[in-house]
Design a protein around this ligand. Structure first.
Ligand code: PBG
Ligand code: ZN
Length: 324
């Protein structure tokens, strides 16, 4: 007798019924770049298909996000003015604050996540305050707290600190609570590697460091036990959910973290992953739709509850059509 696992693959409906991994639009988060100005929708050369919007043109893309029933949008701000301490990031009239107010006014039911970091807003492009030539962890915390409070005040449902400073979640939680924003969630980038896959994002957001690199605060790609420790610390400090980043190259990390924590875990399939897929597809070497779907399936299979991806709008459409 032959034992036949193949029987489960016999028809599309049996394959669907016995599928171990199911995806839905509500698990998807779509990152959006918002730059200061008016009437702007501009291409991002390193990320074909992605655009920068000014706050007033933002509803065009948010409408599609709502229509495709995705879980949330994640806002990255690109300010006109940069300085040493990234003051535009905590300006109540800053670009991200304007964008959040517009989004919540036009689409109150759409969940809005604000990226909390300083690199797009600092003249030196680092994710914190520079003292004696390096990023000063503790001096940065009060700035991150100010940014988070300002975003909460403009209506952000969730703040997502991506700076990788130790103690950021506790600092932000304390400040939010003190200002009465006890119901604003924190989705912490607890596990963020010093990765070469962020290249296209830095072009999109104008956030490349002007000297040095981010290896003194982002994680060493060789480490996985440290990822679990970072995740546990952020959760102890009050993170409601956490992010592991990048996505596909770090599925083992995602799995290890998933097995050790009990909060929702998001995987961020980053700009470099997106641009690689787009580039190969544009050469005719790979099928874009199929690799985008398989990537999302793989990330979900590895344990992600939430997937942050530049393909979110397309993926949601495939899901709603019953194709994914
Ligand atoms: C920095 C930040 C980065 C990304 C989002 N916020 C990376 C970095 O410059 O270190 C990368 C996202 C992507 O590549 O898609 N706070
Ligand atoms: Zn940063």
């Amino acid at each position: 007798m032959i034992i036949r696992p193949r029987r489960l693959r016999k028809t599309a409906s049996i394959r669907a019924m016995t599928s171990e991994t199911r995806l839905s639009p509500s698990m998807l988060v779509y990152p959006v770049f918002i730059r200061e100005g008016k009437n702007i929708i501009e291409d991002i050369p390193a990320m074909p298909g992605q655009k920068r919007y000014s706050p007033d043109t933002l509803p065009v893309i948010l409408e599609r996000a709502v229509r495709n029933r995705i879980g949330a949008v994640l806002f990255f701000g690109i300010p006109e003015h940069k300085d040493e301490c990234g003051s535009s990031a905590y300006d109540d009239d800053g670009v991200i604050q304007q964008a959040v107010r517009t989004a919540k006014r036009e689409f109150p039911e759409l969940t809005v996540i604000g990226d909390v970091c300083m690199c797009e807003y600092t003249s030196h492009g680092h994710c914190g305050i520079i003292r004696n030539g390096t990023v000063d962890n503790d001096a940065t915390l009060e700035y991150l707290a100010r940014i988070a409070v300002s975003q909460a005040r403009s209506g952000a449902d969730i703040v997502a600190p991506s700076d990788m400073m130790d103690g950021h979640t506790a600092a932000i939680r304390g400040a939010l609570d003190a200002e009465g924003f006890t119901d604003t969630l924190i989705c912490s980038y607890a596990v963020k590697y010093a990765s070469a896959f962020y290249g296209p994002f830095r072009e999109a957001a104008g956030s490349a460091p002007s000297f040095g690199d981010r290896k003194s605060y982002q994680m060493n790609p060789r480490n996985v036990r440290e990822a679990v420790r970072e995740a546990e610390l952020d959760i102890a400090e009050g993170a409601d959910m956490i992010i592991v980043k990048p996505g596909l190259p770090y599925l083992d990390v995602l799995r290890a973290v998933r097995e050790r924590v009990n909060v929702p875990v998001a995987s961020y399939c980053v700009s470099g992953e997106y641009s690689m897929m787009k580039a190969a597809a544009s050469m005719g070497w790979l099928n874009e739709k199929n690799i985008a779907c398989e990537s999302a399936i793989s990330i979900a299979r590895a344990g992600a509850d939430i997937i942050i991806t530049y393909f979110a709008l397309e993926l949601a459409e495939y899901m709603l059509n019953g194709e994914l």
